[in-house]
Design a binder for this molecule. Structure first.
Ligand code: TXA
Ligand code: MG
Length: 332
């Protein structure tokens, strides 16, 4: 039996499986198998208030999942699917509350990975969050997934992820579904979306999401590595960052919004710098694998030095993940 056949067999019997995508690995179950969906939450220790993204292989698979498929969705998916753009649209009755955490909308995306697309063509739409324990670093290889769940999850190995951080989540709201909000930044930026819609003379407006209930999963902390990550400003030495972090660490709470913070028992003494590529796409590709690799060394904390050039839209996705993964952010 091939890995794809084995994954399909497991999905059809109400199990979950690890799947490769171009962003990060997902932990997937069929949308019509509540036992598989519940297993996702149990395996990840994920709270039920955080809704899941439904992955489709085509627009034809997406349409029955929503009450309406507006022109703007067509424009966006013609350009960006399969790819790292998730659309939040009004859900149809096919989608259960377990997937949407009781919201009236559903998040949809088509992953740009040949094995994922082949699997979903056969299985039908799959709900899949990133395949990591809640609040922890997302996996970008099959072995990350196996390590994360102590070999308890069957994973299709599709190689390392190209994009490396999760998809951009874009909500489409309003009567004409032309009020757009980016709920999570990613490789597809507001400028890329705006340019496309302007080229098609589509009338739209970007809004900053204000209603927290409509943008769940926006926890302050997330993606945390196994040892504390400190983000410090350019111009300070590693030693002084460690010193300042030690002063702050003992005042940190144990948990923020249900996510356990990384806190050492004693004083931090062994920093290791997290160095990423100067190109934002390559930095994003390597981020999670580097957090995992460096956490498994003899260092007792990681330091990322935020440089002046880490600025502008192209860095948004990466800085969002780093900021949430950090136990402490030191100001200039
Ligand atoms: O790249 C990705 O999007 C990866 C791969 C596996 O596809 N998936 C992923 O899933 O990052 P997850 O569960 O880690 O993050 C999904 C986030 C939720 O935390 C929530 O913020 C948002 O998507 N979301 C899902 N459904 C939503 C809805 N109906 N309304 C608003 N936000 C929603
Ligand atoms: Mg996640």
């Amino acid at each position: 039996m091939t890995d794809l056949q084995e994954a399909l067999r497991r999905l059809n019997s109400g199990d979950h499986v690890g799947i490769p995508t171009e962003t990060v690995y997902g932990l997937a179950a069929r949308i019509d198998r509540p036992e598989g969906l519940k297993k996702i939450f149990a395996t990840k220790a994920r709270p039920f208030f955080d809704p899941l993204i439904v992955h489709v292989a085509s627009v034809d698979q997406a349409k029955p999942l929503v009450t309406t498929w507006p022109l703007v969705a067509d424009l966006l998916v013609q350009k960006f699917w399969p790819g790292p753009l998730t659309l939040v649209l009004p859900k149809s009755a096919v989608i259960s509350d377990l997937i949407t955490s009781g919201l009236e909308s559903v998040a949809l995306r088509s992953p740009n990975h040949p094995l994922a697309l082949k699997l979903i063509q056969s299985s039908g739409p799959l709900a899949a969050p990133s395949a990591n324990r809640f609040g922890r670093t997302s996996p970008t290889t099959a072995s990350h997934v196996r390590q994360e769940f102590a070999d308890q999850v069957f994973v299709i190995d599709g190689g390392p992820c190209d994009v490396g951080i999760e998809s951009t989540v874009l909500a489409l709201r309003g009567l004409k579904l032309n009020e757009l909000s980016i709920l999570r930044s990613g490789a597809i930026t507001e400028t890329m979306i705006s340019r496309l819609l302007k080229d098609h003379r589509f009338d739209f407006e970007f809004q900053v999401p204000t209603d927290k209930r409509l943008a769940p999963g926006q926890m302050k902390h997330h993606y945390m590595p196994d040892i504390p990550l400190i983000v410090g400003p350019q111009g300070l030495s590693l030693e002084s960052i460690t010193e300042q972090a030690n002063l702050r660490l003992q005042q940190l709470p144990d948990q923020v919004e249900g996510v356990t913070l990384r806190k050492p028992s004693g004083v931090l003494t062994r920093p290791l710098e997290l160095r990423l590529n100067d190109d934002p796409a390559l930095a994003a590709r390597d981020l999670y694998a580097e957090l995992r690799r460096l956490s498994a060394t003899s260092a007792d904390h990681l330091v990322f030095i935020q440089k002046d050039f880490h600025q502008g839209e192209a860095w948004n996705g990466l800085l969002d993940r780093l900021t949430k993964a950090a136990s402490i952010i030191l100001a200039k």
